[in-house]
Design a protein around this ligand. Structure first.
Ligand code: TXA
Ligand code: MG
Length: 342
């Protein structure tokens, strides 16, 4: 298949792509978090083709993207008060909410779960596309399964050209990390952290739990709240190591490991931060962002994993404090490194 390429500024981009979605095709589109790979969320066959294009395990459910809050009433059995409070505070935005689904949501979307994940993206082109398609759009991140999520149209092309009908190029995504996924079944629980933090959610609805698997690998027999968490994620071609400890310990560990791997002929690079770059003079290092403002690091992580992951054998990255937005960064970094720590 030949993939059509549009810019958001092209006059026909939204109407053409809305029509593609309506007739069962696949369109990659920008959101404020990462690029999504969209299909008609009420069409089981179209949804199934997302899994084929990505090579995605079919027990991993998808998020439905909506442009109008009233669509929730059709997709969920009912809308709890906690959801209304969160929607008032954070939609449109990088927050996905999970609650009991209605009968019109196909099992292909939810991987046969009884709940449906829904979000309203804070992106003009994404909202226009959903309105043009006149259906909720089911969309995972628009990468091949297991690869870092795409934060610009070039990443999408690299993984998806020839596999999907169209790509809408809207430039780089502002967040660069996927939405916070919050289950509202029982005590509100974060299944995947994002730019809407636990602290922000708690200030609106009180107690919010964090699923164990957010910062640790799933233990055997552990109940899988979010099927997405059991799979290998964000894996670049290079091997990634996360170093933890005080800033000085981290730098010492990384320098020792860098020397050891280099001696064995491996090409190494360090992802440093604004405050630690000075530790690595004379070694190959790039600054990923400011560790006091973890969203700056989230915004670069996937793109740097793609770029340096293909040029280097080994990437060393520093653990940061996992409160506030730091939780989203550490969740992605630990997965990208397959929980390999030094
Ligand atoms: O920012 C985002 O959320 C992006 C953009 C495109 O909107 N989308 C995205 O989708 O990251 P995806 O498919 O890559 O991740 C969806 C996550 C997975 O971890 C999945 O397991 C979880 O949401 N999820 C979806 N429906 C669920 C459900 N009913 N119960 C539990 N987890 C669910
Ligand atoms: Mg994904």
């Amino acid at each position: 298949m030949i993939t059509k390429h549009y810019k958001t500024s092209d006059k026909n981009a939204i109407s053409d792509c809305g029509a593609i979605i309506r007739r069962g095709g696949l369109v990659a589109f920008p959101t404020e978090t990462v690029y999504g790979l969209g299909a008609n969320g009420l069409d089981a066959k179209a949804v199934a083709s997302i899994f084929a294009a990505k090579g995605r395990p079919n027990d991993k459910p998808l998020i439905l993207h909506i442009a109008d809050q009233s669509t929730l009433n059709e997709l969920w059995k009912d809308v709890p008060v906690t959801a209304l409070k969160l929607i008032d505070a954070f939609w449109p935005g990088p927050l996905t909410l999970i609650y009991t689904k209605s009968n019109i949501v196909p099992d292909e979307v939810t991987a046969s779960l009884t709940t449906a994940a829904i979000r309203m993206p804070d992106h003009e082109a994404a909202l226009a596309l959903i309105k043009s398609a006149q259906v909720p759009i089911a969309a995972p991140s628009a990468n091949l399964s297991g690869k870092p999520s795409p934060t610009c149209a070039e990443h999408v092309s690299a993984d998806m050209d020839g596999r999907i009908d169209a790509i809408i190029d809207g430039g780089a995504c502002t967040c660069g990390v996927e939405s916070t996924v919050l289950s509202l079944v029982g005590t509100p629980t974060i299944l995947r952290p994002g730019a809407v933090t636990r602290e922000m959610l708690s200030s609106v609805i009180g107690e919010v739990k964090i699923a164990d698997a957010v910062l640790s690998p799933l233990k055997e027999n552990e109940k899988v709240l979010s099927p997405g968490m059991k799979y290998k994620h964000y894996a670049p071609d290079a091997e990634v190591f996360t170093a933890s400890g005080t800033p000085c310990e981290v730098a010492e560990k990384i320098k020792a490991a860098y020397a050891e791997y280099s001696k064995n002929g491996k090409k190494c690079i360090i992802f440093s931060t604004a405050s630690t770059q000075g530790f690595y003079d004379g070694l190959r290092h790039v600054t990923i962002g400011d560790d006091k403002a973890p969203l700056t690091m989230c915004a670069e992580l996937f793109s740097m994993l793609r770029k340096y992951g293909s040029e280097y054998d080994i990437i060393f990255a520093e653990a940061i404090d996992s409160s506030h937005e730091g939780l989203a960064y550490m969740n992605r970094l630990l997965r990208a490194s397959g929980f390999r720590m030094i």
